[in-house]
Design a protein around this ligand. Sequence first.
Ligand SMILES: Nc1ncnc2c1ncn2[C@@H]1O[C@H](COP(=O)(O)OP(=O)(O)OP(=O)(O)O)[C@@H](O)[C@H]1O
Ligand SMILES: [Mg+2]
Length: 235
Amino acid sequence: MTTANHLEPYIQLSGISKAYAIGGETVPIFSSLDLKIPSGDFVAIMGPSGSGKSTLLNMLAGIDRPDAGCLRIGSSRLDQMGEAARASWRAHCMGIVFQFYNLLPMLTVAENVELPLLLKSLSARDRRGRVEKVLELVGLADRARQYPVSMSGGQQQRVGIARAIVADPALLLCDEPTGDLDRKSADEVLAMLRMLNREFGKTIVMVTHDPQAALHANRTLHLDKGAFIEERRAA
Ligand SMILES: Nc1ncnc2c1ncn2[C@@H]1O[C@H](COP(=O)(O)OP(=O)(O)OP(=O)(O)O)[C@@H](O)[C@H]1O
Ligand SMILES: [Mg+2]
């Protein structure tokens, strides 16, 4: 795995607005949200349920689009991209980790991890090589042929992380990555994220409800009523 280019991605949101139509009414989630995250940062985002943390993460992932404002990641203006361009951006520039892993039960661990590589023009041999490498990195090299159902939550989340990094994106987005795990498994997953940040230069944005999980990040931003407050910055 290559180390991320330290100039990219630089995440910049300015004047971001997003609203949802709920029961015929337009409910604003953000009305003028600003945020800057330098390359190589590891940011935890906390905030009450419904404050828009997942909405924000989905915008950073290029899944959702803001209604207005500028959303720049590296040299890409995600707010100006159409669906096809965002799909390509997603495939090349970011990896995402979900609370409930989102692994496909009918595929083996190796096949799950290989999925993002099917969007790239790589030979089967190269794909296999990359899958082996990331499974080794997350300590699951010997589990490649197993199915997710036979694994613990912590192991499944490590498969989720392997899948998120197999295409070597500079940006890793995590939505409650430890929300379904006991303390020990959570700490293992968090140590892994820290390693990816420190040793491989991945920029990480992690949404969490768990103050202990947030301590693993470089800083914590609290999202409430459509705005950010910075709570803590590591010394
Ligand atoms: N697709 C959607 N359609 C309509 N409303 C939505 C949609 N997605 C989110 N919302 C609303 O937007 C608000 C923010 O939701 P979001 O999921 O971003 O919150 P959250 O901070 O991630 O909450 P939680 O901590 O519970 O995961 C909520 O009021 C939610 O009901
Ligand atoms: Mg959420």
